[in-house]
Design a protein around this ligand. Structure first.
Ligand SMILES: [Zn+2]
Length: 720
């Protein structure tokens, strides 16, 4: 089989993602490889596919125990025989697994690095035909990596002691040049093919918000993101508890996770979230390592994280299935204070590095540049765009305010204070504070004293932060930084450079991003999607795996768009391979078939065509759906409103249209029939025939629905 055939057969995809095909072709040539790919780019496919093509067994070394189980579960679900060996196995399970391995029952074996060095394991490796060893999280080998594991350093020794050297491939999400060199040297990769796919996660919408009330922002956000999985990161345990409590009281299905909870509670909580029993995980940064939940639709940082590395890693837990997801950072000045406090109290020593990283993330929060390009540049990449059109900065209307004069005031004040004080005191002087400190230093006699008294102290500080971010002011020092003029300051002070603040007003409607083939935003049938989600939940429970392992959200959305009712059309759905089709195809096809029959939906049979660019809207006769719910199922308008998630007015209009078109429907149960004669009178009296005017002639209890109904009834009677 070719790699693309394996991809389709087992994983159900038609195309590789960026970089996958290239690295796989090198692995198949038996070259050592180093893949640097961001989380969510699909690196496991890169070794899983060659593993199925090679004759022997592939060993995968991974440091994350919880991830191993998920990976193995996923492989088994697609029909690839796999297992894992780590400390979570009981004595009995362990010896059973070893026995199975000797009997050649697996193609892929995951193993924790500590287990890799045992004599039994090495003997076994020599007994088996090992075609490839894949090392995941390869940065763990380097002292410079953020997750150094001494046991990783022994890997190359074990490999060199094997009778036959297999292909060695390694993967990592983050790698600076030093770490990259370390990986190649310490793992003893032979002239490896190195591939960097880039850090961009195109399906993630990045956004920075500075709401007046984070609480309200969050409630509003969640209201707009109902029935979706999401993570809310908070900087402290206390905030986790508070947010958890509040959302719980609002009736959300929430879990929480922090180091103060005890291992058992943490595990329960994590499983509830992974298995979709709860929808929202509220957690400190202790949560997430080794979680491979693919259908996380948003990650909110309730507080600013300590640096961009952790931010990108945590935010990156959204949208691993490739479907659109949002990453929102809620920024406030108080977070900067908390972060500084945490740095000061973290450990002894010089904190220059931490402060630098803090400044970088504060800049990220303040920048008016494209957020995506900011992140990519931070990680040393040159973005191919200035404007990604898919972040809150690119998606904002810009309101421009000229602050040249204010900037001059601030800069000259700093100068007059001899560039020896911090933002707080500079703001005090500009504001005209009567504080003892200002007086004792004699700053109340400066010409700049009180020249910005019309602003609040916070606004002045915001302006200062802006001038720092734009390179007019330098902030020097860590704990108590002082402000000095930067080289660009003279442009404002002595030439006519105009300074403007661009205030972002984010457009409410986020643009769809479907330029890429592998990322589609589908106009799917919500009702069917909900039904399929429930079905998936049941199937997942029976199989004791998380729902996303059965089918990803994207697959369900495609099913809810194309209504596959036979094996062939089901195979065209992304994420449905032959094995999953055999296992679950019938159950899902049955439900979809029933649904389409019930709602008289014609299936879209041009999946290939519609998949490309213009996705045809599913031909659901929406009025017909309402009609049947009303006439056949005997639902009231209110009930239909709930079932379909549409407004009452829409449903009323559906039914009125059916009535007007002569369909068999009796609406009198829903009508205030006692006003029939009054309404007819009003219609006759009103010469314009306008609804509004008719209504004004009647008492308030008469609704527009009543009037419209009798207008139609009159018309129908007259035309008879
Ligand atoms: Zn952007």
């Amino acid at each position: 089989m070719t790699s693309i055939e394996v991809l389709k057969k087992y994983f159900g995809y038609d195309n590789f993602r960026a970089g996958q095909a290239e690295i796989i072709s090198h692995i198949l040539e038996k070259e050592d490889c180093l893949g640097i790919m961001p989380t969510g780019a699909g690196k496991s496919i890169c070794y899983q596919i060659p593993a199925m093509i090679f004759d022997g067994v592939t060993v995968v070394i991974s440091p994350l125990i919880s991830l191993m189980k998920d990976q193995v579960d996923s492989l088994i679900q697609v029909g690839i025989p796999a297992t894992y060996i780590n400390s979570s196995l009981t004595e009995v399970d362990y010896s059973q697994t070893i026995q199975n391995i000797y009997h050649g029952m697996y193609k892929i074996i995951y193993v924790a690095p500590e287990r890799f060095f045992s004599d039994t394991f090495i003997n076994m490796l020599n007994f088996l035909d090992i075609s490839m060893i894949a090392i995941d999280e390869a940065h763990c080998v380097s002292q410079w990596g953020h997750d150094f594991r001494p046991s990783y350093c022994e890997i190359s020794k074990v490999i060199s002691s094997l009778n036959k050297r297999p292909v060695i491939v390694s993967f990592t999400a983050t790698a600076t040049q030093v770490v990259k060199d370390d990986i190649i040297k310490l793992l003893d990769l032979h002239n490896p093919f190195v591939l960097t796919t880039g850090f961009d996660r195109e399906n993630l919408y990045f956004s920075v918000q500075t709401p007046e009330s984070k609480k309200e922002f969050l409630l509003k956000f969640l209201e707009d993101h109902k029935n979706m999985s999401g993570i809310i990161y908070c900087s402290t345990r206390k905030t986790v508890d508070e947010v958890y409590e509040r959302l719980y009281n609002y009736g959300y299905k929430v879990s929480k996770y922090h180091a103060g909870m005890g291992e058992k509670n943490r595990t329960t909580s994590q499983n509830d979230f992974v298995y979709d029993r709860t929808e929202i995980m509220i957690a400190t940064n202790a949560f997430g390592m080794g979680i491979d939940k693919s259908n996380v639709r948003y990650v909110i940082h309730y507080n600013m994280p300590s640096d961009l590395e952790s931010y990108y890693q945590e935010a990156g837990r959204a949208g691993r299935d490739g479907d659109k997801a949002e990453c929102v950072l809620l920024f406030s000045r108080a977070d900067v204070v908390t972060s500084k406090f945490l740095i000061e109290h973290s450990f002894e020593g010089n904190h220059t590095n931490e402060y630098q990283k803090l400044n970088d993330i504060v800049d990220y929060c303040n920048t008016s540049k494209c957020l995506r390009s900011y992140i990519l540049e931070y990680f040393g990449e040159k973005p191919k765009f200035d404007n990604c059109k898919f972040c809150s900065n690119c998606n904002s209307e810009i309101e421009i305010t000229d602050i040249t004069i204010d900037s001059k005031k601030i800069l000259s004040c700093i100068k007059r204070m001899h560039e020896r004080f911090g933002a707080g005191l500079v703001a005090d002087v500009l504001k005209g504070s009567k504080s003892a400190k200002v007086k004792s230093l004699g700053f109340d006699s400066l010409s700049t004293y009180g020249i910005m008294s019309e602003y609040t102290r916070d606004t002045i500080r915001d302006l200062i932060s802006f001038l720092v971010a734009e390179g007019y002011i330098k902030s020097i020092g860590n704990k108590y930084p002082i402000l000095t003029l930067d080289s660009k300051a003279n442009d404002i002070l002595f030439s006519d450079t105009q300074v403007v603040i661009k205030k972002k007003i984010e457009r409410i409607l986020r643009p769809e991003r479907n330029s890429k083939d592998d990322f589609e935003s589908l106009p799917f049938d919500n009702k069917l999607f909900d039904i399929l989600r429930e079905l998936r939940m049941e199937v997942a429970k029976q199989n004791n795996v998380p729902p996303f392992i059965i089918f990803a959200d994207v697959s369900l959305k495609q099913m809810s768009t194309y209504y596959p009712t036979d094996v062939d059309s089901m195979l065209k759905i992304s994420g449905v391979g032959t094995f999953k089709l055999e296992k679950y195809g019938d159950i899902f096809i049955d439900v979809i078939r029933n649904y389409t029959q019930e709602h008289d939906i014609k299936r879209l049979d041009t999946l290939e065509n519609s998949k490309s660019k213009s996705i045809a809207t599913p031909k659901v006769d929406t009025k017909q759906v309402s009609y049947e719910l009303y006439t056949k199922d005997g639902k009231t308008i209110k009930e239909i409103t709930k079932i379909r998630g549409l407004t009452e007015r829409t449903i009323e209009q559906h039914l009125l249209d059916c009535y007007e078109n002569g369909m068999d429907i009796n609406l009198e149960n829903e009508i205030n029939t006692q006003f029939e004669n009054d309404i007819y009178d009003a219609i006759r009296k009103c010469s314009s025939g306008k609804l509004r005017e008719i209504k004004d002639l009647l008492i308030d209890d008469v609704s527009y629905f009543d009037i419209k109904y009798y207008l139609i009834k009159m018309k129908l009677t007259l035309s008879l």
